[in-house]
Design a binder for this molecule. Structure first.
Ligand SMILES: [Zn+2]
Length: 275
């Protein structure tokens, strides 16, 4: 599933072609949403923003299009003349000027009024957005120390959107590696330095992934790996994620793969030794 950085890049692309423009036509394939086509057509889009792994497109009449890609949803931005032939199910289309934004295969699509946003169970349960620019390392440390979160297994906590919004499986593994924390540890077992290191890596790696399009390794390491012939993106992208049995770039130990709640987890048994 795309994580916060990927969703924000999609939202940026939608923002570039929709925000400030009037929608010539909006179409929904779900019958229960068809009644909103007239309500939203000819309205101006005022913003496109992420809410965790969901996207909220706001209109100038107080209504919002809420979409969550889940596993299979895909946005495509093209021109009305270049709509591809595909087996995917088209769920929503928004035409604005020379552009058309198409959402395929997503199942979570709602139209919500501004007054309903606070009551929406998904939106109201979200923790602070990591990529919002409004969350500090200090805020994250406070949340890690709070009664609500401090005794949670850290690899489960990071992907819980109620803790912070935007982290998924690959970011979780990479953040824990760069913070040198074992996936099984709990915030209550970490010292102050470890909590601050974790908080700063949450911010740093999520932003880096957003800027680089999903690469979490630092630029110097990417260059070093590329010089060694690892030129494919997947070969220099991560330090631990999807690198089971390969050598750690720091200590040369073999990266270990485990399963956490049905999700794959990767860590270096030496750099991230259990405390
Ligand atoms: Zn290591």
């Amino acid at each position: 599933m795309p994580e916060g950085p990927e969703i924000k890049r999609i939202a940026d692309s939608l923002d570039a072609v929709l925000t400030g423009n009037y929608i010539d036509e909006i179409k929904f394939s779900f019958p229960h949403l068809k009644r909103y086509e007239t309500l939203l057509s000819s309205r101006k889009v005022t913003s496109v923003a992420t809410r965790g792994k969901a996207i909220l497109t706001a209109f100038d009449n107080g209504w919002n299009l809420f979409t969550h890609n889940q596993l299979y949803g895909r946005w495509l931005i093209t021109t009305p003349e270049e709509i591809p032939i595909t087996n995917r199910k088209l769920r929503v289309s928004l035409k604005a000027g020379n552009h058309i934004a198409l959402l395929y295969s997503a199942s979570t699509i709602e139209v919500l009024h501004d007054t309903d946003l606070q009551n929406n169970c998904f939106l109201s349960s979200l923790g602070p957005e990591v990529l919002s620019g409004e969350i500090s390392a200090g805020t994250i440390v406070k949340r890690l120390q709070s009664k609500k979160f401090r005794n949670r297994r850290i690899s489960n906590l990071l992907i819980d959107q109620k803790f912070v919004a935007g982290i998924g499986t690959y970011l979780c593994a990479e953040i824990l590696f760069f913070a040198r924390l074992h996936p099984g540890t709990k915030p209550s077992k970490c010292n102050n330095h470890q909590l601050w290191s974790l908080a700063s890596q949450i911010l740093k790696l999520t932003r880096r992934s957003y800027v680089t399009g999903g690469i979490t390794n630092p630029p110097y390491l990417v260059k070093r790996l590329q010089k060694k012939g690892k030129t494919l993106r997947e070969e220099h992208r991560f330090s631990v994620y999807r690198r089971a049995s390969e050598r750690c770039y720091v200590c040369s130990s073999r990266i270990y793969r485990s399963n956490v709640g049905g999700r794959p987890m990767f860590h270096c048994p030496c750099c991230q030794a259990q405390g």
